[in-house]
Design a protein around this ligand. Structure first.
Ligand code: GLA
Length: 404
């Protein structure tokens, strides 16, 4: 009898493990939304979250595709006597379920945050040892997205910890997008396609275009530093499993050129577009950047192939991204601190892309050229162009096949 029970138990555990998988239908294009962290850090509460939900609708962000409202670190209260996590009774007195209801009533989805370790990065209770309980709680609250961090994770195996939470989310029965935030420490791109819907590739971004902020035991990175860590990872990304170069700093005080370049490069990378600015008060310039539909379409292109760096010379980079239906995005980035003049010679970019298995074929294909920031058509690829690009800015084209 005991043997039989043991057999049944192990068969059951085995079958659970064998069948467990992430929810495949989520993040078929990179997720888009807004998060509390970059602008507010731990200074959050439910009123502010509701105001943000309202702002996402009123500003047009929701209709532009930004549907996740993500509460990052510091929403937590204590665990109750049974070990279930609760929300902070002062900051979120109505509870997360009530917030989820409000967010859903606006046509948005709610994201929440936890950590695979014993504590979150801000010292709140982590999910270690409570994975199934926490996943069940999030599902009961009708949460739609979980960002899962990696603080206080000493001696924990990353693949094991993230797979455990994936299985817990699956068992909880609600399709919750699983955003892994392990900072690239254990090369998640090599093992996480079946585990999460996106994985952070680097340490944290900070509000700077080009620099490193040394904070003692860790470093935060500027936009260019993060960009430089993405190029070799492109083959690992695709529909349902994205490289995540961290949340956006657009609208947080960098110049309009820098914001445009930052946003463009994240779109060239097929990155999750998670805004990090105060969306209740945005300048028109910020809105024009983050809600440029043609630029967002580069990020959201259903082919789901991350862009490649085709050329880098004297502070100017040329990036290409294959798009569905034979189009390409071509971006010229001036990362230097001076205005640059650049001769764009199309024939120099006859490139075969190993990931999409496509050739740009400029030698026999003519493409129409549309400038996505000026929103103007600019002839075709039979004619070379001389560009003048301000410091820390980009030119972004969509190339569409005219004829072979
Ligand atoms: C880590 C993450 C950040 C943010 C903070 C919250 O640093 O990488 O994105 O979630 O924790 O404490």
């Amino acid at each position: 009898m005991i043997k039989k029970i043991a057999f049944l138990l192990s068969a059951c555990v085995f079958s659970l493990c064998a069948n467990a998988q992430k929810y495949e239908e989520l993040a078929l294009t990179p997720q888009m939304g807004w998060s509390t962290w970059n602008c507010f850090a731990g200074n959050i509460d439910e009123n502010m979250a509701r105001e943000m939900a309202d702002a996402m609708v009123q500003s047009g962000l929701r209709d532009a595709g930004y549907i996740y409202l993500n509460i990052d670190d510091c929403w937590h209260g204590k665990r109750d006597s049974l070990g279930f996590i609760t929300s902070d009774p002062v900051r979120f007195p109505s509870g997360i379920k009530a917030l989820a209801d409000y967010v859903h009533s606006k046509g948005l989805k709610l994201g929440i945050y936890s950590d695979a370790g014993r504590k979150t990065c801000a010292g709140m209770p982590g999910s270690f040892g409570h994975e199934y309980q926490d996943a069940l709680t999030y599902a009961r609250w009708e949460v739609d997205y979980l960002k899962y961090d990696w603080c206080e994770s000493e001696n924990i195996n990353a693949k094991g910890a993230y797979t455990l939470m994936r299985d817990a989310l699956r068992a909880a029965g609600r399709p919750i997008l699983f955003s892994m935030c392990e900072w690239g420490d254990n090369k998640p791109w090599e093992w996480a396609a079946q585990v999460g819907h996106s994985w952070r590739t680097t340490g944290d971004i900070y509000n700077n275009f080009d620099g490193i902020d040394d904070r003692g035991d860790w470093k935060a990175f500027g936009v260019m530093q993060i960009l430089d860590m993405q190029d070799t990872l492109r083959k690992y990304a695709g529909p349902g499993h994205w490289n995540d170069p961290d949340m956006l700093e657009v609208g947080n005080g960098q110049s309009v050129n820098e914001d445009r370049a930052h946003f463009t490069m994240w779109c060239m990378l097929s990155a999750p577009l998670i805004l990090g600015n105060d969306i209740r008060k945005m300048s028109q310039q910020t809105k024009d950047i983050i809600m440029n539909k043609e630029v967002i379409a580069i990020d959201q292109d259903s082919l789901g192939v991350q862009g490649l760096k085709a050329e880098a010379n004297d502070g100017v980079e040329v990036w290409l991204k294959p798009l569905k239906g034979g189009d390409w995005a071509l971006c010229v980035l001036n990362r230097s601190t001076e205005v640059k003049s650049y001769e764009l010679n199309w024939q120099r970019f006859n490139i075969y892309d190993e990931v999409s298995k496509r050739h740009t074929g400029f030698y026999n294909t003519v493409y129409s050229v549309r400038n996505l920031w000026t929103k103007k058509s600019q002839g075709n690829t039979k004619k070379d162009v001389t560009l003048t690009i301000p410091a820390h800015d980009v030119v972004l084209y969509r190339l569409s096949v005219l004829k072979k």
